[in-house]
Design a binder for this molecule. Sequence first.
Ligand code: 5RP
Length: 231
Amino acid sequence: MLSEAEQNKLKQEAANQAAKQLVSGMTLGVGTGSTVKYFIDALTRRRDEDGLSLAAIVTTSNRSKEALQAKGFKVSGLSDVELLDLTVDGADRVDRHLDGIKGGGGALTMEKNVATYSRHCTWIVDESKVVDHLSGFPLPVEVLRNTCEHLYRKFADENLEPEFRKDADGRRFMTHYGNYIIDLHVDPIPVPAGLALWLDTTVGVVEHGLFLNVADKVIIAHEDGHIETRT
Ligand code: 5RP
């Protein structure tokens, strides 16, 4: 088991590697989370040291938007850009098909939108996130507040072990869009595509954290120091 400091070092290495693939003129999607924070640092260094100049940057959360603006980047809205060239984001779990669980930070809805409207999507992870089958992390489901109690019961009836996500004050966590998140403790997820389809067609579900066929590259920083790229 990695210590937090070791894990952070790996996150930073994966982020630095991802920043190497950026070229001037690109339109870029920037995800959310602690690994992405290192990516924003690496992006800033590329601008300051290599003169990298991106055509547009779109983010998946206000957190990343503010972090980029603090470094002097201009941030556009997703609708202002036709199709992003690349999105770089973190992930909570990634399997050998490059499918993943995302939404640990609660930004899953915009993360899926930005990735969907990108030609390419790279995830940056440390090796602790890599699994054979999607497992080891609760599956976030963003739900409308009006419908949430019905959905909670529906998930419980399906033995999906639902739990409302709480914020630091013990209140229900609220997303950027004013919705709640129900985390499903289904571990491992036996048939991710089946569950994704069911959630996609369940009224009141705004978005879920199963990101299937979304990433086309995953950069994994390993404890032994090597950086692996899977495509
Ligand atoms: C936020 C996400 C993040 O990408 C995911 O939680 C990984 O975060 P971190 O890099 O902090 O481990 O999906 O909604």
